[in-house]
Each structure stands twice: as C-alpha cells, then as structure tokens.
Design a protein around this ligand. Structure first.
Ligand code: PLP
Length: 418
C-alpha cells in the first residue's frame, strides 16, 4: 500500500459527506419507481430555461468561431476576457458598484471557488500559526466542510432561534456570541443559505461587513441561489458589495450545473490569486457555460430570466411544498419549518424527536424517501451536547409536486412513529 501525504489524508480518504452522497447514489441506483428523492441539490429542469440553452447552443454552432470559443480552445486561467468584462459591466450597471474585469474570476463551479478561497486565506500560515474561516451562523452549506488541505478550517457560531409564526422559525446571527479572534481569516455566509432557505437580512449583512472591515478580513457571501441570478430568493434582500467583500455566483442553479461555471467578484489581489490557482490546478476552466451565457449577460437577459422564469418557478414549488407540509404534519406533533426565503429546500425541526436525525434518515431510506440528515450542516461547532443539531432534516422541493407531497406524508408518519 502507498503512503499518503497530509493533503492526501485530508482529501483523499473519504468524508462524512462522501459517505452520504454515496449512500444516496446507491439508494437511487437500486431504488424502484416509488423512490422519492428529496435529498439532492439538483436544480429542477425548467422547460423555458432548457429552451434558452438549446437556442444558445444552436447559435454557437451557427456563429463564426462559436465552436472554437466554446469547445476547441483553452481560455486564460482566470476566465474568458469577454466574459469577465461582461460580468463586471452587468454588476456595475445594475448596482452602481465600482468594479471592473480585474475584480472578476471564473472557477470550475462555485465549489472550486470555495476550495481555493478557503485554502488561500486559512489553514497553516507562514509563521506556523493556524487561521480559520468564521461561519457566523450554522447550519451552513455542507460542501464547505472537509475542504481544508491541512484539516479542519471552520469555527462556527450557533444561531439565535426565533419563532416567527405557528410551525415556523428563523435563525438569526447571534452577534453577542460572534467574536473575531486574531486567528480568523475571513467570515463566510451563504445567502440564501443551503440548507435552511434563510436569507440574512440587510442589517445582518451590514453588521457582518463592518465587523470584517474593522478586523481587516474579507466577508465572503455565497450567492449560489442569490440575487441577481439565479434569483431563487423570495425575501427582500439587497445585494451587497464593498471593497473587502467577496461575492460568489454560479451558473448551476439557473440550470447549467453540468457546465461547472463559478464566478467570483472580489478584491483584485484575491482575484489574481484565484487565476494562479486555476492555472496550477486545472490550466483553465470549462468555457461552454461562459459562451452559452455571454450574450445573456451582455443584454441583461440573464436578469429578466431569473426574475420572470426561475424565481416564479421555485416560488410556486415552494408554496406547494409548504402547503403539503402543513397538510402532512397537522397539529398533533411539534414541528417547525424554517421560514422559506430562498434556495430549493425546506428545513424541518422536530424538537420532540426521540431519535436522532441520522436514525430518522435511515428509517426514511427504508421507506424509499431520501432526505439529508441535518447534523452534517453543523460543522465547525464543538458543542456536541446541543440537541438541536440532531433534530433537523433538509428536504428538497425541486422535484415534482406529487413526489414532494408523498415524501412529506411518509416523513410525517415516521416522525409521529418516533
Ligand atoms: N454554494 C452553495 C450554497 C451551494 O448549495 C452549492 C451547490 O449546491 C454551491 C455553492 C456549489 O455549486 P456549484 O459548484 O455547482 O457552482
């Protein structure tokens, strides 16, 4: 057997999330026609958006040089220069932010952007000290966990839980508990948040931004579902940027996950570093997503598609799923749903659950309902004794309404039975 490096041990030897994804994958592969897949992060296939992608592919085939730009050439490591310029112009003109192409980098999906950003800023420093990424609120996106090439990268703060309506709650940043110690390299949040559908308020974002600025560290805001594209956001929330803020975007949730296109907006020194990292790790990035969307970004059509097609599509699905939850859970058990302000998920909390979310997941899997057990989203937090982290599950509502409804009915039966 071969000996693995530190890097190899941290990244090449499996993780909780890999096990879970593998488990879900096997369940899907061996599942019958009754399988209810409510576990993944797969966006819905929206017919109007697929028509746009088809149109753009046809245009690329027709255009002089279209094939060359999208398939048969390497782009520069930081991204196609026309695409970087178009993104900078879109954000400058839409939000009056003072940024240019030097503030933009493309990565191979948003996931890679985080891998690069976290390891660029945190981990082992030249003086042998260790720095961490501060998550001001967990639960937070499971895909961040395990990304550190030198081991654990996160310090997380538990949220305040506010009951906002019968059967509804919202997590808030606990600013009294938030402390930026000298070993914090950056603050990071997803907005809307995967898994909860929480959208940090403008006030919370403004406070986090000033805390980051005072401490001379970046604030990273993950807009995988956010405004202005794909715009899967139902709450009033103003996009925010400043010279110490890093924004990440993705073409995945607007419907192009297979193109692996992430977009980062941030200070030029970080953007240059991302280009260097892309060159070393992958020479250059996939360019088909950039070429499919370039004219849509130039014309602003990507904004109107987000507003008029993508957001209403998910808003409708979200409303149907919430109603299905109310119908399934009724009033005889204690259950709460996080206020649904964006993304593709409902986040349920069962305070009286006598089994853990992991056991609930196992029982649901036996009944061919796949969800994500909530404990995975509470990384970076030492407090194992906090019962809340074992009382939640994430349910995707991107699938057909009938599947979501049937799945929720079975979830309610299992919660009642437990
Ligand atoms: N950030 C969040 C919050 C996500 O949910 C996801 C994907 O599910 C990503 C980032 C990464 O997406 P991608 O690598 O497809 O751009």
């Amino acid at each position: 057997s071969y000996e693995f490096s530190e890097f190899g041990r941290h990244l090449g030897c499996g993780s909780g999330i890999e096990e879970l994804m593998d488990d879900l994958g096997h369940a899907i592969a061996s599942g019958g026609p009754d399988l209810k897949m409510l576990g993944g992060g797969q966006p819905a296939r929206i017919p109007e958006m697929n028509a746009v992608w088809r149109r753009r592919l046809e245009e690329l085939m027709e255009e002089d040089g279209g094939l060359q730009r999208s398939l048969t050439s390497y782009d520069p490591p930081r991204g196609n220069p026309h695409f970087l310029q178009a993104v900078a112009t879109l954000f400058r003109e839409t939000f009056c932010w003072k940024l240019g192409p030097e503030n933009v980098a493309v990565t191979s999906g948003g996931q890679t952007a985080f891998y690069f950003l976290f390891n660029l800023l945190a981990g082992k420093m030249p003086d042998d000290s260790r720095r961490k990424i501060l998550l001001p609120l967990v639960p937070e996106y499971i895909g961040y966990a395990n990304q550190g090439v030198g081991g654990d990268l996160f310090r997380a703060v538990p949220p305040l839980i506010e009951k906002t309506a019968p059967h509804e709650f919202k997590y808030r940043v606990d600013f009294d508990a938030l402390e930026v110690t000298p070993d914090i390299a950056a603050i990071c949040v997803s907005r809307p948040t995967n898994p909860t559908g929480n959208v940090l308020t403008d006030e919370e974002i403004a406070r986090l931004s000033s805390i980051a600025k005072e401490n001379n560290i970046p604030l990273i805001i993950d807009n995988a579902y956010g405004a202005p594209f794909p715009g899967i956001i139902f709450a009033d929330a103003t996009p925010f940027w400043d010279t110490h803020v890093v924004l990440t975007y993705s073409l995945s949730k607007i419907g192009l996950p297979g193109t692996r296109t992430g977009i980062v907006i941030g200070p030029p020194e970080l953007i240059r570093a991302l280009g260097s990292m892309s060159a070393i790790a992958g020479l250059s990035n996939p360019n088909i997503g950039q070429q499919i969307t370039l004219p849509l970004i130039r014309s602003g059509e990507i904004l109107s598609l987000s507003r008029e097609v993508v957001r209403p599509f998910y808003q409708e699905k979200c409303n149907l799923a919430r109603q299905a939850a109310v119908d399934a859970f009724g009033d005889d058990i204690e259950w709460y749903m996080h206020r649904s302000e964006g993304a593709l998920f409902l986040w349920f909390w069962f305070p009286q659950l006598k089994i853990t979310s992991q056991e609930l997941y196992e029982r649901l899997k036996k009944r061919e309902v796949l969800v994500i057990p909530g404990q995975h989203f509470f990384f970076g937090l030492d407090d194992e004794g906090w019962p809340h982290r074992h009382q939640c599950i994430r349910v995707s509502y991107a699938m057909d309404e009938a599947v979501v409804r049937a799945g929720l009915r079975i979830i309610a039966e299992e919660v009642r039975g437990a």
